[in-house]
Design a protein around this ligand. Structure first.
Ligand code: GLC
Length: 666
């Protein structure tokens, strides 16, 4: 199709195809071409109704950092399917997600939209998300390519990243997602090593297209193109949104011999191929969920993604004293999030939901019969006396607070990891009047809890948990569901403990001199204590690990088996994590790296055998002298457990690959 269409297009029409017709749609060539609608966002459909010029209402799923805390690939697939469903309802052709940037600093304003500090976990969930979209005929757009790990001055500050760090940390999730053949990739705003992503031929053409084999369409982030000629030369296919100078600049370049029509044609073909792909997959575009089912998926994700960080003395779950062995007869609830939880951070990923949540106190009272009282922020001082009185008269206080879209969002970073002083004081003051205190935390990334965590009995990290937050929390807090979420990013003790500390860079360059030591890789190298480690999360169940063994299928092809026993009376899901350590190496390597994980439901007192695979990529690092992934022969250790800092199982193995097999294909 494309060649016959190409031959019928004038040069002017061709260059018009290389930029949008408006903010959201590709060029329709006066009806000659199907216009594709490109729409946000990673945690639900944020699509502008062009007639009303405001976003359609859609299902506000928990944002992707909560999805990441589920460590559940099947759920990631279903999550994306729900979004694809609503794309089909409203006519969206390409969903601008998933965002697979690595969380280098807890301060990045868009961390809530991303998955993890770890490239493997990001890649595995990103792959499932891409499949979920494209199996329903909606194109995925993996973004933002690449090294877009800060919102501070995101359009101009250059990410100065060495080759090995780029490959092992920041490009790895893209490389993994390419296995699912995403239809599109979105380049980022920022320069990488001094060249804007939209003009970076090495990254777009040499690496993404030639080396990693991407054969889809590369679009710009909205407004990320500075120089149309350099963008086309770098093989950017589609400049979004409509760029008023694109046509004139490119036609002039062709007329002056600085650009050939063949170069234009190569980019136009990519747009035509995307249109063709969308048309060829139109039969998959079937609406398969009801509004209710989409909402239930939001609740399920919030439930599986909530992380129980502290539960001293078994303060949770809430049980009714009137039921005999129950613990509580009155619960006091405080905070605006109790009635209407923050659903998302700010920016292009924010979904406008039509769903109104019931207050958490109402749901819990209905569910357990326990009496509840409630108070929220007040503008009048005397209110505090009544707040403290209510707290004092209850058996337990539940405080729901945290960040909102004004603190975490697109286009800016947080300047602190702490809650506001006012919020910290609220926790300290209410807990000092309470028998027991439970904090429900709404935020999109790590929070420094050091000022107050010792004064509360339980902490639930809900994240930005979408429209189903209160229903999910009610089931979890009342024990009708069990916690299973685990952190997909480290919660350090303080900002000063992070690699960058509080410093932001000068807006010109952001030097990635932490190198590959990002997240737990950094805290391990520095042997730093953290508030809560990567992969950490409590449950109402308790689990024991044992009996690790391996089956060697080949020199870099192992089945690792281990047993997990649920030593409690409560059924629960356990996320087991498998890390690989290169015992001695010719290059600096992290102490350990996540290379496999499994989430398994285990009945009370049941023992389950878990089996995961380790392959070449589990042992390899990127060797910049060879420009290849490379496995150094020698001793390795496989470490298994329930968090990156709790790995009770270890086995040793030696890799002895023949030399020609030590390298990835060039
Ligand atoms: C924004 C974001 C990108 C989004 C696009 C369209 O600036 O960086 O993630 O998909 O523009 O809204």
């Amino acid at each position: 199709m494309k060649n016959s269409v190409l031959s019928r297009l004038s040069l002017e029409e061709k260059v018009s195809i290389l930029t949008g017709e408006d903010i959201w749609r590709t060029y329709g060539a006066s009806g000659k071409l199907k216009q594709l609608f490109l729409t946000d966002g990673p945690s639900g459909l944020r699509m502008v109704d062009l007639k009303e010029n405001k976003p359609f209402k859609a299902t506000a799923l928990p944002t992707c950092h909560v999805l990441a805390n589920t460590w559940n690939e099947k759920l990631a697939y279903e999550y994306a399917s729900v979004i694809a469903d609503e794309c089909i309802v409203h006519g969206g052709d390409i969903l601008l997600g998933p965002g697979i940037n690595i969380k280098r600093s807890p301060l990045c304003g868009r961390n809530f939209e991303y998955f993890s500090e770890d490239p493997y976990l990001t890649g595995m969930l990103g792959k499932a998300y891409v499949r979920g979209l494209q199996d329903k005929g909606v194109g995925a757009c993996i973004k933002h390519y690449c090294a877009n790990n800060s919102e501070y001055d995101r359009c101009y500050q250059s990410s100065e990243v060495d080759e090995r760090t780029l490959r092992e940390i920041y490009l790895r999730p893209f490389e993994m997602c390419l296995e699912e053949k995403p239809w599109t990739v979105m380049c980022s705003y920022n320069p990488i090593n001094g060249i804007y992503a939209s003009e970076n031929r090495k990254l777009l053409h040499d690496v993404l297209r030639k080396e990693l084999g991407f054969d889809g369409l590369i679009m710009s982030d909205w407004g990320a193109v500075h120089n149309p000629l350099l963008a086309v030369k770098a093989t950017l296919d589609l400049c979004m949104p409509y760029h008023k100078d694109y046509k004139e600049v490119l036609i002039k370049a062709v007329q002056e011999g600085r650009l050939t029509e063949e170069e234009i044609n190569e980019r136009v073909v990519k747009v035509l191929e995307l249109i063709e792909k969308s048309e060829q997959n139109s039969s998959k575009r079937k609406i398969t969920f009801t509004d209710r089912e989409r909402h239930v998926k939001a609740v399920e994700t919030a439930k599986e993604g909530a992380v129980l960080l502290k539960n001293e003395g078994g303060v949770l779950p809430f049980t009714n004293r009137a039921d005999g062995s129950g613990k509580y007869s009155k619960i006091f609830f405080y905070g605006v999030n109790i009635k209407s939880p923050v659903t998302s951070g700010g920016g292009s990923g924010r979904v406008e939901t039509a769903f109104t949540q019931k207050p958490l106190y109402e749901l819990i009272s209905a569910s357990t019969g326990i009496a509840t009282t409630f108070a929220e922020e007040s503008r009048w001082e005397p209110c505090w006396r009544s707040v403290y009185k209510q707290a004092y008269e209850a058996d337990v206080s539940v405080i729901a607070l945290g960040n909102d879209a004004s603190i975490e969002g697109e286009g800016f970073n947080r300047c602190t990891m702490r809650l506001s002083k006012e919020q910290e004081d609220i926790i300290l003051n209410i807990s000092s009047h309470s028998e027991k205190t439970v904090v429900i935390l709404y935020a999109g990334s790590a929070v420094d809890m050091s000022a107050w965590i010792d004064y509360v009995d339980a902490v639930v990290f809900a994240g930005f948990a979408g429209e189903g937050a209160n229903e999910a929390l009610c089931e979890l807090l009342c024990g009708r569901a069990n916690f299973s979420g685990k952190l997909s990013e480290t919660f350090p003790r303080s900002l000063q403990d992070t690699f960058k500390g509080g410093k932001t860079y000068d807006g010109e360059t952001d030097l990635y001199d932490d190198g590959i030591f990002v997240g737990y890789r950094y805290y391990d190298r520095e042997k730093k204590d953290v508030m809560f480690p990567f992969g950490y999360g409590l449950s109402y169940s308790t689990f024991e690990y044992g009996n690790i063994r391996l089956v060697k299928n080949g020199e870099c092809d192992y089945d690792i088996l281990y047993d997990i026993t649920n030593t409690s009376d409560t059924e629960g899901k356990e996320i087991s994590q498998v890390y690989v350590k290169d015992v001695s190496s010719m290059v600096r390597r992290p102490e350990k790296e996540l290379k496999a994980f499994s989430k398994d439901n285990i009945l009370p007192h049941q023992t389950k055998t878990v089996q995961v695979k380790l392959d070449f990529s589990s042992f390899a690092c990127y060797n910049v002298s060879l420009d290849r992934w490379y496995v150094e022969n020698g001793d390795f250790e496989v470490l298994v457990g329930g968090s990156s800092r709790n790995l009770p199982l270890k086995l040793k193995l030696r890799v002895e690959l023949p030399q020609e097999e030590q390298f990835s294909d060039g």
